[in-house]
Design a protein around this ligand. Sequence first.
Ligand SMILES: *[C@@H]1O[C@H](CO)[C@@H](O)[C@H](O)[C@H]1NC(C)=O
Ligand SMILES: *[C@@H]1O[C@H](CO)[C@@H](O)[C@H](O)[C@H]1NC(C)=O
Length: 614
Amino acid sequence: MRVSLVITIAGSVTVMLTIVVVTLVVTLSPNTGGDKDYREYLLNSIDPNSINKFLRELTSKPHPAGSVRDRDLAVSIQARWEGFGLENVKLMEYDVLLSSPGVPNKFSTLDSGGNVLFESSNTQPPVDDPPPYGQDEILSFNAFSANGIVISDKVVYANYGSEEDFQLLATYNISVSDSIVVIRYGQIFRGDKVRFAEARGANGVILYSDPADVAPEGPSFTYPNSVYAPPGATQLGSLRLQGDLLTPGYPAIESAFRIPMEKADLPKIPVQPVGYHDASVLLRRVKGQVGSQQLTFKEDSTRRGGRPQGHRGAWTLVFCNWAAEEPGIIGSTEFAEQFSVSLKDRAVVYLNVDTLIGGNYSFMAMGVPMLHDIIMDMAQLVANPDKEEVKVGRPTLYDTWLARYPDDSPGGSRPLVLPFGSGSDYRAFMFSLGIPSMDMCFTVAPGEKGLPLYHTAYETYKLNTQLMDQGLLFHQASARMWGLLALEFSTRNFLPFGVVPYVDFISTAWKDFLTTYKKILTNLDVKTEYLKKSVTTLQAAGADFMSRLNDEENPEHVFLAPSVTNGYEWETFPGLRDLLREENPDRRAVQEQIAILTHHFLMAANALTFDLWQ
Ligand SMILES: *[C@@H]1O[C@H](CO)[C@@H](O)[C@H](O)[C@H]1NC(C)=O
Ligand SMILES: *[C@@H]1O[C@H](CO)[C@@H](O)[C@H](O)[C@H]1NC(C)=O
């Protein structure tokens, strides 16, 4: 069979992006961490009707990154936040590379004379009556695909396009070189599928959504009757995730130096996404390949320290509304690059919400182990949005999470928390800046594929409010979780970091790592004893640290404290003064205070020196 793949990307042009940022100085008194009144106030203030109003406005028209509509929304969010009484709401602008689809973007099958037998669709047919505004303008493309026409007699099916899939093809001596590779969505990031195919010499890639993954109940029980994907549903999405491709490592502000397009990390081959109707035409004709090239409707069997701070006073809370997450995590990356030094120094945690509802079966959190404890504590304070679950005696988010997603690792009696990679706006904060980060969502049952309509034209307001979250109670619960966490992190004296879970995680990861690599390491004759010892030392230090913290619930500033004689003033050397005010000062206690102060001053001096150790 001969297949032609024609891709026109209208522009990879730089476009102004606008993101909204507001800095809110929390003015709660510094000792209110976990204060009941503030929590109650927050929990009671979150209204599903107003969430519904915002959601309807945000989804009323398509607003691709860089579009006028996207900017208008940013401006309206700014106005809205100012209306809430937030001060200092800023629009930040970045001039970044985005790509937009041209016409046609399609594949065709050709007979031996070059006549077209079949042509794929470039849009997704309306299935709602009436279709949502602007749905017909959504053209199927993958951002940053190369432009071009590829004609090939060689079409190779590569399953999910993972390294293992390509290796399997290689063991059967099936080369993807000079061919068009057909790959189903799922399991790994789409950009990696394309990278792997390109590295092996493929000329083009066709990505499709497999009905086994997105329509397990068959093609008739699909949207708008269910959350599953109809035959034309096509997953769009970017092939890159690292922020603006012309200013790597730097913010795309006016003064930025931009690398030439040919130096940018862009895919060099054309890529086209299609729905399973179109893919089936293609795959019926692919012969002699490994793996299931049949599109089936069967369920797929594969399953699926920070330091505690002694600072008094309020933390600063910053709300961010990012632009251009879809084209490649661009708005958040540029922001993180622009303010990297301040963020590294001042940001203590990054709370993300991306896909709020991938399913409504259970709450799920993803994040670093340092944050597990606080997430679980807060989930116990949020009312369960699932009424059936409340009826069977599970009144909170936490209860359903624990019942439906228990952590089945040894000794686990807590809910599962998933790790995360680079697929959302936490990427730069977590991995480039090292700020403890988390994401949260509601998800499907174990074994089900989350959000079958992901990135298709059918990911609509109706899907959210009629098929997945009637009454928007899951939306409300999510806002409550986010709000409680923000409150905890901005009001506690001690940041609620779980040092012990983190060091335990490192220790377990080290053991798992050794299980996998011990043999290779032994063969290489490299020494791991010191690393092993450092992990043990770290684990012991973590436990010790926490036990001391618990002893000193309210640590004091060693040098400055409010005067006991006049609350408007401070006092220097407060501990020492307190002791010396006593009638018979204890010599040893005084000597101890002196030693403590000496130690703190030396540490401060050390922090200010250019020599490492002084
Ligand atoms: C793959 O090709 C090599 C070299 O041509 C040959 O030795 C080997 O038997 C082939 N393997 C299979 C599974 O056909
Ligand atoms: C939860 O999702 C299912 C579809 O997966 C839907 O049938 C059900 O109505 C949803 N529940 C709510 C409360 O919206």
